[in-house]
Design a protein around this ligand. Structure first.
Ligand code: PRX
Length: 635
């Protein structure tokens, strides 16, 4: 019998050891006992980090939606699968049962089929946090289409890049979305994006804000009338274990976003197993993750992980500040939420507000509270622990990535003793290690280095869509036979891990991964700009904010600089989205460069951090004089 739910620390160590010593036996038992398969695997694992090639449960046949929906129907058909809490608290929440979810997913799947979508086709989903979003993911999975969700806060350019990269034929969107007091014209953004996407011939539009939008004849269709006509029966497409389930884009340090490809069986097993343990989900609980389904957190821990466990998962359309800063806590009280999972940036923003926003709500239903997306600083950890967890609900500080598919390092609540800011111990089956810059493995404890993983786990992304070479270079080339995470970490005397942050040119702003290169490209498009460099600097709420050093083609008058700052941020909003706007823009006459022409970001980072006492070795600079000038004029 596998230990599906870990109950104490001793059991954790026992199961962990087994998962490392006999990974195939271990993952075979988990898969066998807790999921339904049309056909079992011939081989549990085949891997080679050099090629790289990773295959889990090869030969197995399944459909993930049968595991997420159908198999729960006999015992729990009437149980709520999804609670939808709308942006406006005056609008009624919806409770979608597993029976109803089955019908709605099948209808949606039939509409997609009717539009010519079949196994292996890519479907771009650009929807706000409304039930159709979760349902559309499952509808794709039902028929074996590969979903590619693009967060509905990305700009038209960002959307078209993603649509074209994976050659999507169809886009699912809505007439618009609500965001607090604002409405956003999503369909307008799609129309703009599609000017550059000749491969898209169909757009299905959900009605959300009842706005008067343009519908392109022959291309655009309202979704609801099609759903109403569609059959509620749709036989699941039988998929191979390694068939792609979805593509999800994440920023890299350079170049275009990377379309991470996740496959079916391993992803299902790992997200379900981590969900069960990380949230100590018990039958009847209500679980709420505040992420958007546009990110991996939403894929794994709003949709697939919870539903594979037959859980009740809450989807929230709104924002933490609307109608006031008590909204999260109002929702916890209203739906008697038992597990609450959010990001440090939200915690920091809410901690700044009056405590009465928290105190007026009954949070006694909470059992587990989680954090994800970036390091949680000590102050935020204590605020969360004292005021939300009330010192009794453990905080799980979960470290993982789009590429890892599921939680990798985290305390297991009620099992692992927590320490603020530590993600603590690896989850079952995960073999982290730390490397120094020279490529030596740092053995023992009390060491700090680059975080790598030595052995595959079931939900590791298998490739980058259309660019396996980039997959190899990004994740498997820094260190031989290791998956390189791009993060730094330290391991303390007890073997606990503390993540220290990115060691590459990815900056995490409010929990969103942003690559510096595409932002610099956007800035450089401004006709007045010669070149630019972006670095991160500490920010109270966002964790990091962006600092841009911009060299103008002609120095220009200082009084024009404020206008230029606005225009530069406007460019960034157009090319990427408002999340990538710069907090500070310093105009400068040059950027510090090495003789080979590389910008020395290390120095720029120090200046942005206001830490210029020791700039390290500047002797290799082509233009050391520019550094003094930048320091003098720093913002
Ligand atoms: O730097 C780490 C940070 O977020 C990165 C992954 O971002 P993304 O792919 O967008 O996935 C976010 C949600 C899983 C990581 O490389 N990160 C994520 N969780 C933590 C974290 N840093 C510190 N502590 C965490 N708990």
């Amino acid at each position: 019998m596998s230990n599906y739910s870990i109950k104490n620390l001793e059991e954790y160590y026992k199961v962990y050891r087994k998962s490392i010593r006999e990974p195939e036996v271990f993952w075979e038992e988990i898969a066998e006992e807790h999921f339904s398969w049309h056909q079992k695997w011939d081989k549990v694992l085949e891997w080679d980090f050099d090629k790289p090639e990773i295959k889990w449960y090869q030969g197995a046949k399944l459909n993930i939606t049968e595991n997420c929906i159908d198999r729960h129907l006999r015992m729990s058909g009437d149980k709520t699968a999804i609670i939808f809490e709308p942006n406006d608290p005056a609008e009624k929440a919806q409770h979608i049962s597993y029976n109803e979810l089955r019908k709605r997913v099948n209808q949606f799947a039939n509409v997609l089929k009717d539009k010519g979508i079949k196994k292996g086709d890519r479907v771009c989903i650009y929807l706000p946090m409304i039930p159709e979003l979760a349902i559309s993911l499952l509808a794709c999975a039902r028929i074996g289409a590969i979903h590619s969700v693009v967060f509905a806060g990305f700009s038209a350019t960002a959307l078209s890049t993603r649509i074209n990269d994976s050659d999507c034929k169809i886009v699912l969107t809505s007439d618009g979305s609500y965001r607090g007091k604002k409405t956003i014209d999503l369909k307008g953004i799609v129309d703009e994006a599609l000017k550059d996407c000749p491969g898209v011939n169909t757009v299905l539009v959900a009605k959300r804000i009842q706005s008067d939008i343009h519908m392109e004849p022959n291309r655009d269709h309202w979704l609801q009338p099609l759903l109403d006509k569609a059959s509620t029966v749709c036989a699941p497409e039988i998929m191979d274990a390694e068939d792609p389930l979805f593509i999800l884009y994440t920023s890299g340090s350079t170049g275009n976003p990377k379309g991470m490809v996740h496959t079916t069986a391993g992803y299902m097993v790992y997200t379900a197993y981590t969900f069960k343990n990380m949230f100590k989900y018990a039958d009847g609980d209500v679980y709420w993750c505040t992420a958007d389904i546009g990110w991996i957190t939403g894929h794994s821990y709003i949709v697939y992980g919870p539903l594979a466990n037959g859980a009740t998962t809450l989807m929230f359309e709104g924002v933490p500040s609307y109608p006031d800063y008590g909204r999260f806590w109002e929702v916890v009280e209203k739906h008697k939420v038992n597990q609450f999972y959010t990001a440090p940036t939200a915690i920091r923003a809410l901690a700044k507000e009056n405590l009465s926003y928290v105190e007026k709500h009954d949070l006694s239903s909470l059992k587990v509270i989680g954090s994800v997306g970036e390091p949680i600083n000590e102050e935020a950890w204590h605020w969360y622990n004292d005021n939300i967890g009330k010192g009794k609900s453990p905080i799980i500080d979960t470290w993982w990535q789009t590429e890892t598919g599921g939680i990798m390092i985290s305390p297991i609540p009620y099992v692992t003793p927590t320490i603020p800011t530590y993600a603590t111990l690896p989850f079952i089956g995960i073999q982290p290690t730390l490397m120094d810059e020279a490529g030596k493995e740092l053995k023992g404890n009390q060491v700090e280095g680059r975080l790598c993983i030595k052995f595959p786990w079931p939900s590791i992304a298998r490739t980058i869509w259309g660019n396996h070479q980039r997959y190899k270079e990004t994740y498997f080339s820094a260190y031989a036979n290791m998956y390189f995470t791009g993060d730094g970490a330290m391991r303390d005397a007890t073997g606990y891990y503390r993540i220290t942050g990115r060691v590459d040119d990815v900056i995490i702003v409010s929990g969103h991964n942003l690559g510096t290169a595409p932002i610099e490209d956007a800035i450089n498009e401004h006709p007045a700009v010669a070149e630019s460099a972006i670095v991160g600097f500490p920010h109270d709420i966002k964790g990091n904010a962006l600092y841009g050093y911009v060299v103008l083609k002609e120095a220009g008058e200082t009084r024009l600089h404020d206008n230029l700052r606005k225009e530069i941020n406007q460019k960034i909003t157009e090319r990427i989205g408002p999340i990538a706007k710069l907090n500070k823009i310093q105009f400068t006459s040059g950027l510090p460069k090495t003789r080979s022409g590389k910008i020395m970001r290390r120095i720029l980072r120090k200046i942005a951090h206001k830490d210029t006492s020791n700039l390290g070795d500047t002797s290799t600079l082509l233009n050391p004089e520019v550094v003094e000038k930048i320091i003098k004029e720093a913002l």
